[in-house]
Design a protein around this ligand. Structure first.
Ligand code: NAP
Ligand code: ZN
Ligand code: ZN
Length: 346
């Protein structure tokens, strides 16, 4: 066991504070990672506040981890000391079910093991990336290509894969009109990736406050959803709507923006139930779906794609003691576009 410094919430809704946690000894197939940067995902905030239900405390959030391998177990074949690596939202799964066999470990039929707020196979709670080091089985670690700096790569481990996976699955590409709802951490990566895939990209944001940024990120069009005209003008126009919003929306209004056979895919996970009538999907054979992060092979594919296209996250680097303030800014939609903790300040 190794004792490492971390930032943790001692109880639901409590501010995060500096503490220490124990990491397991490096096992045969484990790598020890010196964490350099950890992104702040809105999911961290939902969980710290128990917005998704009962959680495990103390909680060390963080599932956008970028670092360097500092020790490997005797059976490790994929990584060596000094390799630049990342860890996302899961650190294990059953490895045997149909979904695990297909590389869809995030949909493991026995449940994936979350990077934090979960219980590992050894019965111990998992602790996430707001810490100095982490021990992870090599099969749940990905390689960060040389072309990507670790700070801008960290958010790709969740925000990047969570948008890449549905954009690929629903064939965003040339000739396709894609709308990204919400220009936050996920949304801004959704815009960059959809643009790099060749789709025509529209941002649907609450206001036009971030319009210049959105266009620079790769959007072709930018509309304010606070303006009712937006919904009139864009009726029936999108092949795909990627909803990244952390709060419930008026689903009927957004579904009316889909073309026949279009799909609205929800990656945002609001704490409250959403209200929807099936009449809003019925009209034009529309689909309403969802998507969860991505499997390990697709996460590696996404990192390679981002390196090839020069896509990192737009980040605001913070010290660990600024994390509570950063949470408040995320909740106020005042993030441009991902807070990343410099873990050297823990
Ligand atoms: P974020 O950085 O806070 O971005 C969310 C954006 O949604 C905000 O920037 C804002 O964009 C918009 N928004 C917020 N409140 C709104 C409201 N009341 N009405 C309309 N728009 C609103 O959060 P994030 O880290 O990108 O995460 C977004 C959601 O995805 C969270 O619920 C998170 O838990 C979830 N998530 C899901 C997965 C998955 O696997 N499915 C993975 C990661 C995260 P504008 O200012 O542009 O309007
Ligand atoms: Zn996340
Ligand atoms: Zn499985």
């Amino acid at each position: 066991m190794t004792t490492v410094a971390a930032y943790a919430a001692p109880a639901a809704k409590a501010p995060l504070e500096r503490t220490t946690i124990e990491r397991r000894a490096v096992g045969e197939f484990d790598v020890l990672i010196d964490i350099k940067f950890a992104g702040i995902c809105h999911s961290d905030i939902h969980q710290v506040r128990e917005g998704w239900g009962k959680a495990i405390f103390p909680m060390v959030p963080g599932h956008e981890i970028a670092g360097v391998v500092s020790e490997v177990g005797s059976g490790v074949t994929k990584y060596s000391v000094g390799d630049r690596v990342g860890v996302g939202c899961m650190v294990d799964s059953c490895r045997e079910c149909d979904n695990c066999a297909k590389g869809l470990e995030q949909y493991c039929l026995k449940g994936m093991i979350g990077t934090y707020n979960a219980v590992d196979k050894d019965g111990e709670p998992t602790y996430g990336g707001y810490s100095e080091k982490i021990v992870v089985d090599e099969n749940y670690v990905v390689r960060i290509p040389d072309g990507l700096s670790l700070d801008v790569a960290a958010p790709l481990l969740c925000a990047g894969i969570t948008t890449y996976s549905p954009l690929r699955h629903w064939n965003a590409g040339p000739g396709k009109k894609v709308a990204v709802v919400g220009l936050g951490g996920l949304g801004h990566m959704g815009v960059k990736i959809a643009h790099a895939l060749g789709a025509e990209v529209t941002v649907l944001s609450q206001s036009l406050r971030k319009k210049d940024d959105g266009l620079k990120l790769g959007a072709d069009h930018y509309y304010a959803t606070s303006d009712p005209e937006t919904f009139e003008e864009l009726k029936g126009s999108f092949d795909l709507i990627l909803n990244t919003v952390s709060a419930p929306l008026d689903f009927a209004a957004y579904l009316s923006l889909l073309r026949t056979d279009g799909a609205m895919v929800n990656v945002g996970l609001p704490e409250e139930p959403v209200n929807i009538t099936l009449l809003s999907v019925f009209g034009n054979r529309r689909s309403l779906s969802s998507s969860g992060i991505g499997g390990i092979p697709e996460t590696q594919e996404m990192l390679d794609f981002c390196a090839e296209h020069g896509l990192g996250a737009e980040i605001e680097l913070i010290r660990a003691d600024q994390v509570n303030e950063a949470y408040e800014r995320v909740l106020a939609s005042d993030v441009r576009y991902r807070f990343v903790i410099d873990t050297a300040t823990i």
